[in-house]
Design a protein around this ligand. Sequence first.
Ligand code: NDP
Length: 231
Amino acid sequence: MQIVAITGASSGIGEATARLLADRGDAVVLGARRTERLDELAADVRSRGGRAITCTTDVTRPDDLERLVARAVHEFGRLDVLVANAGIARLGPMSDLDADGWSAMIDVNLRGVLNGIAAALPVFRHQGRGHLVTTVSTSGLKIVPTQAVYAGTKNAVRTLLEGLRQESTDGVLRTTSVSPGYVRTELTGDPAGMPGFAIAPEAVARAIAFAIDQPHDVEIGEITIRPTAQG
Ligand code: NDP
């Protein structure tokens, strides 16, 4: 049984991960901005005999991440895993010059993960162990039109985690970057924008669970999980 805090838990991959982990006995601490959705999810988890608490979290705010981590420690005594999953995609050609969208993606996808690291790392070090999981993307592995800035934020996070890994060879911290391809979620805000072959968020949840489940001396560093039909 592990204590797992998840950002972006109000929908999609974060929600599916929370449900899967809670169903098998982990305690989940749910963070996102849409409090009602988190409360509904937590109530649902508890009605199935699971353990879930919520903490309204905007990952662009360092204090919110501090509170999320503190909630886990206060309620359950420790934090084993932070799944830094919150993300947004403002897709479009760079020639659109959507500077606001670019900034928003940098704030949520990159700064949001840094804020999570800043909040969780001292706790992990104090405990002598911890696991940082983050959701990057295949968009950073195959660069395609309209996803340049989004992919840039995801690859920046990929780089962060590898750097953090290199600095953490004392065995305290595990890091995992999960790179999903197309997943059927609310990410693009338009279900029609998602190809028909997109996979269910539960598939990514299973990959995250696999990484978490390894013994602490085994680190699953990177997982790529995409629809079989994705190019
Ligand atoms: P969803 O839009 O369904 O979920 C995104 C989650 O992020 C929501 O829970 C949302 O909650 C949360 N979020 C957004 N902004 C913030 C913020 N400022 N603070 C806190 N939470 C925030 O999409 P997905 O489940 O698909 O996305 C999850 C992750 O997976 C993202 O990082 C995404 O980039 C990545 N990904 C998704 C792919 C896909 O095809 N769907 C492919 C590859 C990677 P709320 O609005 O309530 O705050």
